[in-house]
Ligand binder design. Sequence first.
Ligand code: MN
Length: 231
Amino acid sequence: MKALKTDLGLSITVWDTGIGIPDDKKHLLFQPFQQLDSSLSRRHEGTGLGLVLTKKLVEMHAGAITFESKEGAGTSFTVTLPEWHLPEPETKAETSLPDAAAGTVLHVSGKKIMVVEDNRLNMLLASDYLKLNGFEVIEASDGEQALLMVSSERPDLILMDIQMPGIDGLEVTRRLKEDPSTRTISIIAMTALAMQGDEKMCLNAGCDDYIRKPVNLDEMIAKVEKLLRAG
Ligand code: MN
């Protein structure tokens, strides 16, 4: 890793001596859930989200990310962040941060989302993406834990996996919606059930909305924000 202060700001480069990225795959690099080696026997693990999240974070700070790669030799990524001169306190400086720094995250800060999900990878994806979008996240790995945590944590909204061992998501939803003290918490079901009518089952149990798996993360954020605004 190498960090340099340049005229443009701060430039940070990390590199490896790994498998490199073939030219015909370079366009896939910043797409969500892309694994360049997607074969079942692949030797290089990952969720396919790391670069997407990095790019988004860097751009939120008005920076840029670039890379160079040689197949079989390795890859280097460079993040460039602009230098910001914050106004001196007590002087009414005209300086303002670049537009991108105004951020799209502030309106949701302080909103608490509970993710109920028994699959660790799914949990990690949803949780990280919510945090990246400015939410406070609490995690429950099964229905029982969710029911216990809801009263102490008082989340504003719950993302609820449906298929879980023990108390499933539909049952958790029913119990929360029957209880006057938790009834008003919005619940979005995350359903891997593929049959027609499953969505209706979720809504009948009391869910306010649902998302199909595999979860489209931007759709998830949009639905979360919509329900929070409505509530
Ligand atoms: Mn599950």
